[in-house]
Design a protein around this ligand. Sequence first.
Ligand SMILES: C[S@@+](CC[C@H](N)C(=O)[O-])C[C@H]1O[C@@H](n2cnc3c(N)ncnc32)[C@H](O)[C@@H]1O
Length: 285
Amino acid sequence: MHSDIASAGTARPATPSAPTWDPQQYLRHAGHRTRPFLDLLTRIPELPTAAPRIADLGCGPGNVTALLADRWPRARITGYDLSREMLHRATEEYAGPTAGGGSLDFRRADLGGWLPEEPYDLIVSNAALQWVPSHPGSFAPWINGLRPGGTFAFQIPANFTAPSHALLAGLCEAPRWRSRLAGHGARYVHILEPAEYLARFTELGCAADIWETTYHQLLSGPDPVLDWVKGTALRPVLTALGDDRGAVDEFLGEYRDLLREAYPQGPRGTVFPFRRVFAVARREV
Ligand SMILES: C[S@@+](CC[C@H](N)C(=O)[O-])C[C@H]1O[C@@H](n2cnc3c(N)ncnc32)[C@H](O)[C@@H]1O
């Protein structure tokens, strides 16, 4: 356990060799990445208290966390994340009192072991739980950590069989890369199907609202799918190759050529379909 990780009753160890993150690269596609969170927000019901306590699990650079303060101006909101780079960016940009009398702060925590340390009105997570293989096992303690009538809501990418991810996984297993990258391309594929999430939450006695959407995203610029995954799915690969610039450039060149074939540039941009699953589970009053 890292000594500076918020423990909050944690018993399990931190995720091994977590990838390094690059907030600037991640935020290059902030518009498309924020849209699902806005869609999730519209389905979150009224919270039990007027000045709610909110946790954002896997808060990243904090731009999405800050949107929670727009919807609940009096809320006391904490964003939790494992990445020091992301937390630094979030704290610099957003930490402090909010205009409506609430507050935003950011703490280091491994979601693999995070438990609510006080009653929450809302626990929310956007595009982060796919990195936490154990997340379905945490549903019961997270729901128990809600006030009656409180909500747990998340959005999770569900496009791991799409060419962007299948080609990455395949390249990592190719003879040229296997010894250094085996398993890295598909390392964080740990999500359930919508029907399974529905079953989990109804078994826990929640009112559950589960759905999926495929966003047909039109990206601009050269090699935009490569640019997109450099902020997310490629993080484990880039972390594993580290400072070996030659290997990074070679790998990115091979992957870029595969992506160009799979996602050809059209006259108005490059279409990058992206499936996502959403869950809103309300604890009984
Ligand atoms: C794709 S980003 C999403 C960031 C933000 N929620 C958003 O919607 O923009 C995923 C985030 O999950 C964090 N993360 C991944 N594994 C984690 C873990 N085990 N514990 C805490 N945070 C983790 C990463 O550091 C990263 O900031």
